[in-house]
Write a protein that binds this ligand. Structure first.
Ligand SMILES: C[S@@+](CC[C@H](N)C(=O)[O-])C[C@H]1O[C@@H](n2cnc3c(N)ncnc32)[C@H](O)[C@@H]1O
Length: 241
């Protein structure tokens, strides 16, 4: 947060099977205006500094070869990762899977500045659980970008816990085309997740990129943990792994 809290304006609030989602605008006494997302009572994010949400996209896509890239992003949040994937001309299609129906509706109404006015046929935004999407799509994507919690050590939904266990990570890896890249955002360095990914059969190039961020006079260290599915991407890949 920059400056003291001066006022908040609720832009949307809804309750569904996965709890409450709240989108609000916060104005600070130093004139800053920021969007804030609270999911199931847990602060999910704001847009004071979206550099690491965008780096999740750029760090992943720069490890992908070729063009015609098919990308999965889970979840939507304030849309910065998705918008950054769309900004890469090599992106042929992007599936954004978001658990909260209300958030998808607010995006469609233009309430998320990152995607406001975006009318792009490559963007497929849908309501769903990314865990199910991963299980349903073996060998489908060149990149899978996951930012559904504050990290494996700070879950927004307890139901996401299996995603970070070996079977969940193996499903995410299997959802990639050969040579594809899996990336997971975390609000803390995640050495255990890195070790899990490195130990997965069929995974190569496991690594952690540390992302220092300065907020409110404090230094935070966020991270993106990545791994590649072994094998070579076939030229003009159009699916199937
Ligand atoms: C921190 S936000 C994502 C921020 C996003 N990277 C951005 O750039 O704005 C996390 C989002 O994941 C969603 N989410 C949580 N669990 C999910 C799941 N299992 N499947 C799909 N979306 C999920 C939340 O509702 C929330 O919108």
């Amino acid at each position: 947060m920059t400056g003291e809290l001066a006022a908040t304006e609720e832009l949307g609030r809804a309750t569904g099977p996965h709890g409450e989602v709240l989108l609000r605008r916060r104005t600070t006494d130093d004139g800053g205006v920021h969007l804030e997302l609270v999911v199931d009572g847990v602060f999910a994010m704001d847009d004071v500094d979206t550099s690491t949400e965008r780096l999740l996209a750029t760090e992943t896509l720069r490890r992908c070869s070729g063009d015609g890239l098919e990308v999965l992003v889970g979840g939507l949040g304030l849309g910065w990762t998705a918008a950054t994937v769309l900004a890469d001309p090599r992106t042929a299609g992007i599936d954004v899977v978001e658990l909260q129906p209300a958030l998808v509706g607010w995006a469609a109404r233009g309430l998320l500045p990152s995607l406001a006015g975006v009318s792009d046929r490559r963007l497929r935004l849908r309501v769903g659980d990314v865990v199910a999407a991963l299980a349903a799509g073996p060998g489908r994507w060149d990149a899978v970008l996951l930012d559904v919690d504050n990290g494996p050590g700070f879950l927004v939904h307890e139901s996401n816990a299996p995603l970070y266990r070996p079977a969940g990570l193996a499903a995410a890896l299997a959802a990639l085309r050969p040579g594809g890249v899996l990336a997971i955002w975390s609000s803390d360095p995640a050495p255990e997740l890195l070790a899990e990914l490195a130990a997965l059969p069929g995974a190569t190039d496991a690594e952690q990129v540390l992302l220092p961020v300065q907020r409110d006079g404090r230094r935070y260290e966020y991270a993106v943990v990545l791994a590649r599915r072994g094998g070579q991407r076939s030229v003009g890949s159009a699916g199937g792994g």
